[in-house]
Design a protein around this ligand. Structure first.
Ligand code: NAG
Ligand code: NAG
Ligand code: NAG
Ligand code: NAG
Ligand code: NAG
Ligand code: NAG
Length: 667
């Protein structure tokens, strides 16, 4: 959940700019963004590698050949899933759903759920069509549209048959990869926002950043407290614009209605599949030379919309495990497959306590010193001297202590203005790095080594880059009507978290202070940041219209696959075992790595277990432990030096790309 960081509010990648500079990650370069504000709620800057393949030969009805860029608002929301070509190789739909699922009079506001699909490599009429796998990237408040746009292809490489469709006999399966922007998030409308305009949001976030994280000074707690009071009060009321007979989205963004949205999405997919089958069969009777024996009736039967019985295929990360567990508990008969990856304890989450996250956080931090020491100074610049990991840790702590009284001054240079590097900057950077050690530890080691010498220039460059803000495109940033989708996602995240919890409006400050100390006791590395998640709820009055808070048990129609890492900084392995107990026959796959969710460490073993699960439904053996192929600082991993098969090579490149996501996947 609480996203490690995020996209700085307002920072909108533009599709063209991104596709113009595909970035491949190569060991040393690390760029991840800093959480500038509401530490808990930002989602990290992603690295994007766009796949530009146009290999998918299927032209959709209504797709126009002109190259006008796709805009969500040009699509009319519909009750059926109607896909439109978007972003070159994807298809997008806006599904109209009731804002209030409990309203029976058929009136009331609607939401338009932004749905994105990377189409399967075979048409639905092919016997190898496997259905649609729905993803949730976490957050809460993570944009599924953005996730599939960036990583859909890589996910498809993992879940699809290892063979290409032309080489595969009739046994493999090929899947659509689908996700959506949850209620109040990004391209799903209406949006949820607590600021009148982007400038106000930016000013707020820069000020909070400058004040420093909890624990950074004597006054930080009190200042943050006041800030979250103001914030909560501002998010509790509908904006003046909403009229009387229109409901306000605030009470309808929690997880239970999202499960209802997913049920509807799964049903509408069944309807779409049936219609698409009819359409292809009627237009292509003579047009499928490679399938001369097409048994039309059998295909129609197989693809018939199973009204009210359609099943979910799902892979959820981090908060997406709360969503997956909630769905599994509320709709156990609808589970086709569900991978629950980077597991939250749903009971703790719905209790709003956030006390079941940091059990392994400090072990994850310790791994930094251990790996650094093992790698030595050539790979880990912070590894000078003769001491062991404990000495590195001691120097790190001393550096932090020094920073509290003496932030490092950095002179302007190049295009960058003057900067300072503070205790909060360093602790935030280190915290974020624990989500994705493989991608981040080297950069952290370099920064720490520099800072020890009083040199803050590389960190300052990084900080400025992360903060860089272009403002909303082509309009006056102070204008109320100049809003960019996604810029208020951290506010949406806060509202989801707070309305999923029991509500703590009015909690006494001293009670909260002792809660904060409890979290600090759990983890020195993350406790201070973690307390801000719950703190964001202190004055939020909004209560959800309909809430589900357990029990998280169920005889699911197919067993669940849980995945946990040895040391996940925010979703400890023990949660995977605890949650699995509620779901008979489910299996826990342990990935032997440090980082958040399985994608943070490339593991062929994990990828193949997930593929097998989607391909045939088969679960790995109980007690399975998967090793990773690579470790931080280029320390050799499990199979690294072996000659890889073409399939393993393809999987590894998908996993490398996906390794960039883990900053995004907050719990
Ligand atoms: C809302 O609907 C759900 C299921 O549709 C039901 O379980 C729940 O009790 C309803 N809540 C209210 C307040 O009516
Ligand atoms: C911290 O400050 C002390 C005293 O000023 C100094 O001796 C030490 O080298 C500093 N350590 C680091 C890591 O900056
Ligand atoms: C500071 O560190 C950077 C990058 O690590 C290096 O390029 C630069 O020369 C250093 N500056 C000084 C004054 O040592
Ligand atoms: C968010 O909603 C408000 C009013 O509900 C609207 O004025 C604004 O344009 C929306 N912002 C975006 C980015 O759609
Ligand atoms: C919102 O979705 C678009 C795709 O339509 C994506 O490019 C963008 O990054 C998303 N924004 C956020 C904040 O996730
Ligand atoms: C699952 O089924 C078993 C036996 O069929 C039953 O004893 C158990 O109560 C069921 N559990 C749930 C959560 O429904």
């Amino acid at each position: 959940m609480a996203p490690p960081d995020s996209k700085v509010p307002g920072r909108q990648p533009d599709f063209r700019a991104l596709s113009a500079r595909p970035q491949y990650f190569k060991g040393r370069v690390i760029r991840f963004s800093i959480l500038l504000t509401l530490a808990a709620f930002a989602i990290l800057q992603l690295h994007v590698n766009l796949y530009r393949s146009k290999a998918l030969g299927h032209q959709l009805p209504g797709s126009s050949p002109d190259d006008a860029p796709f805009k969500w608002e040009d699509v009319t929301p519909t009750e059926q899933l109607i896909y439109h070509p978007c972003f070159e190789i994807y298809e997008c739909a806006r599904l109209e759903l009731p804002m209030d699922w409990n309203r029976t009079d058929g009136k009331g506001s609607k939401i338009a759920l932004a749905v994105i699909k990377l189409p399967a490599k075979v048409p639905v009429t092919d016997v190898r069509y496997g259905g649609a796998i729905l993803l949730n990237p976490g957050g809460p408040g993570g944009s599924g549209a953005s996730f599939v746009f960036r990583y859909g292809k890589a996910i498809q490489t993992i879940v699809d048959s290892a063979e290409s469709p032309s080489a595969d006999p009739a046994t493999g399966k090929y899947f659509d990869v689908v996700s959506f922007d949850p209620r109040g998030v990004n391209n799903t409308t209406p949006n949820f926002s607590c600021f009148p305009d982007p400038m106000a949001r930016k000013a707020w976030s820069l000020q909070s950043e400058a004040e420093g994280a909890l624990g950074s000074s004597e006054t930080a707690f009190d200042t943050r407290w006041a800030r979250f009071e103001a914030f909560g009060m501002s998010c509790s009321q509908p904006s003046a614009e909403s009229s009387e007979n229109e409901e306000w989205i605030g009470p309808f963004m929690n997880t239970a209605p999202v499960v209802a949205d997913m049920v509807e999405l799964v049903e509408r997919h069944g309807e779409w599949r049936e219609q698409e089958t009819e359409r292809l069969l009627s237009t292509a009777i003579d047009a499928s030379p490679h399938e001369p024996n097409l048994d039309i009736e059998a295909i129609k039967l197989q693809n018939r919309w199973n009204k009210g019985q359609e099943k979910l295929l799902y892979w959820g990360f981090s908060y997406g495990t709360v969503l997956g567990a909630t769905f599994s508990a509320m709709q156990p008969h609808r589970i086709g497959r569900a991978v629950i990856d980077g597991v939250c304890n749903a009971n703790d989450y719905y209790a709003g306590m956030w006390l079941a996250n940091l059990q392994d956080a400090d072990a994850a931090l310790d791994s930094f010193f251990e790996y650094c020491h093992t790698a030595g100074p050539t790979s880990c610049p912070f590894a000078r001297g003769h001491g062991g990991p404990e000495d590195l840790k001691f120097r790190f702590e001393q550096l932090l202590t020094n920073l509290t009284s003496s932030p490092i001054a950095v002179a302007a240079s190049g295009g960058r203005g003057p900067e300072i590097i503070t205790y909060s900057d360093v602790t935030l950077l280190v915290k974020n790095s624990l989500y994705s050690p493989l991608k981040s530890f080297e950069f952290v080691a370099q920064v720490l080594a520099d800072l020890e010498h009083g040199n803050g220039s590389s960190f300052a460059d990084f900080k400025i880059k992360a903060k860089k803000w272009n403002g909303p495109p082509s309009c006056d940033p102070s204008s109320k009507h100049c809003k960019v989708p996604g810029e208020s996602d951290s506010e949406a995240a806060m509202n989801i978290v707070c309305t999923d919890g029991p509500g703590i409006d009015g909690i006494p400050k001293e009670v909260f202070r002792s809660y904060w100390h409890t979290l600090r006791g759990q983890s020195k590395a993350i406790g201070d940041f973690w307390a801000e998640i719950r703190m964001s709820c202190i004055r939020l009055q909004t209560r959800p219209e309909w809430r589900y808070d357990g029990p998280f048990t169920g005889n699911t129609s197919h067993p669940l696959l849980f995945i946990g890492n040895t040391y996940d900084p925010v979703t400890p392995l023990q949660n995977a075992y605890a949650m699995a107990r509620g779901f008979p026959d489910s299996i826990v796959l342990k990935q032997n790595s440090v980082g958040h969710c399985s994608l943070s460490g490339p593991s062929l073993c994990t990828a193949k277990a997930v593929r097998q699960y989607f391909q045939s439904g088969e679960l790995p053996d109980p007690g399975i432990v998967c090793e990773v192929e690579e470790l931080p600082f280029h320390i050799p991993g499990y199979e690294k030096q072996q000659v890889m098969s073409p399939d393993d090579t393809a999987l590894m490149s998908a996993l490398h790309l996906l390794g960039e996501t883990s900053n995004l996947l907050g719990v």
